[in-house]
Design a protein around this ligand. Structure first.
Ligand code: NAD
Length: 302
């Protein structure tokens, strides 16, 4: 049986390598990005084609992946005369892989169901490196029968797929994962700043944390690579992290959960966004903590 055609919308830091994985597994690909040159380039290297707009993409695709910055942008891509909804065929499956807002996702899924179109929320964790290797951790919300329809495409991009419950649940899970990740980054950087003033080498501290109980994803994969190196180019935006923390706190609010530590964490990331400006990599957060204490983190060898 012929492979279903996959329409891929959003070819940024994550979408580009993910679309390449889908094409590499043999799925015919139609791509779309607000940056038309980018779409043309990805179409060329994957042997796919670029659609002029969402309507055309939807007319040609059986499965549609959205990998866009926010739920508002997903909404905008769906609506309008040339939007995705205008071209949808009954039976289409939409895999909403952006990190989105659970309530918005549920509303969109209900609306699409009236067109006999299924939406699953399938956000990812693992960053650009695991998007390139096809080893993302994928969370999937939706009905079991619907999930089966999207699973073969998801399997090309991730090495683990965890079913989280009904539609919207994966978007909640993803935001809560990033809350934990954001907190781990922040407390780790503050520990390095304290240790550095005490006379400890920050690079040595990272090594010790990584064989001790203070280890986390940031100590393992971010501090030496992107902070101590002063490269600040992990590939995940500070603005996107602040957006995800807002989603996590929205879930806390709707569930009536008291979370002072999470609120402080969001305040800190938002403070960094305001102080440092838009468009930066999230690892610049360390520079905000440095500004507060008046020191910079460098390995002792320097
Ligand atoms: P990005 O900003 O690098 O890419 C977004 C892409 O969407 C850009 O190419 C942009 O041109 C395109 N775009 C914007 N509006 C559009 C529209 N209306 N129609 C078509 N294309 C449009 O973002 P990213 O880092 O790839 O992140 C995408 C999503 O994945 C976000 O929700 C983010 O929170 C999530 N995420 C990112 C990472 C990461 O490490 N970067 C990891 C996990 C999840």
């Amino acid at each position: 049986m012929a492979q279903p055609t996959v329409g891929f919308i959003g070819l940024g830091a994550m979408g580009e390598p993910m679309a390449k994985r889908v094409a590499g597994a043999g799925f015919p690909l139609v791509v779309l990005d607000a940056n038309a040159d980018k779409a043309a380039e990805i179409a060329k290297v994957t042997g796919g084609t670029a659609a002029a707009h969402g309507k055309e993409l939807a007319e040609r695709a059986d499965v549609i992946v959205t990998m866009l910055p926010s739920s508002d942008i997903v909404r905008a891509a769906l609506d309008g005369d040339t939007g995705v909804i205008a071209g949808l065929k009954p039976g289409t499956v939409i895999l909403e892989m952006s990190s989105g807002v659970p309530d918005t996702t549920r509303m969109i899924a209900t609306e699409l169901a009236a067109h006999n179109v299924t939406l699953l929320d399938c956000p990812v964790s693992g960053g650009v490196s695991r998007a390139i290797s096809g080893e993302l951790a994928i969370m999937a919300g939706g009905e079991d029968a619907d999930f089966k329809l999207g699973e073969p495409v998801l399997a090309t991009m991730g090495s683990s797929i965890t079913r989280t419950g009904p539609v919207g649940s994966a978007h909640a899970m993803k935001a809560l994962n990033n809350l934990v990740s954001a907190g781990g980054f922040l407390i780790g950087i503050e520990a390095l700043l304290i240790g550095s003033r005490f006379g400890l080498d920050p690079a040595l501290m990272v090594d010790v944390l990584n064989v001790s109980t203070g280890m986390n994803n940031s100590t393992q994969k971010k501090f030496k690579q992107f902070v101590l190196s002063r490269k600040f180019n992990a590939g995940f935006g500070l603005d996107l992290m602040v957006k995800d923390l807002g989603i996590a706190l929205g879930v806390a609010e709707t569930t009536g959960t008291t979370v002072p530590f999470a609120i402080l964490c969001r305040e800190m990331w938002q403070g960094a966004q305001k102080a440092l400006g838009p468009g930066l990599d999230h690892t610049h957060m360390a520079r905000f903590s440095e500004m507060l204490t008046g020191d910079e983190l460098h390995p002792a060898a320097e």
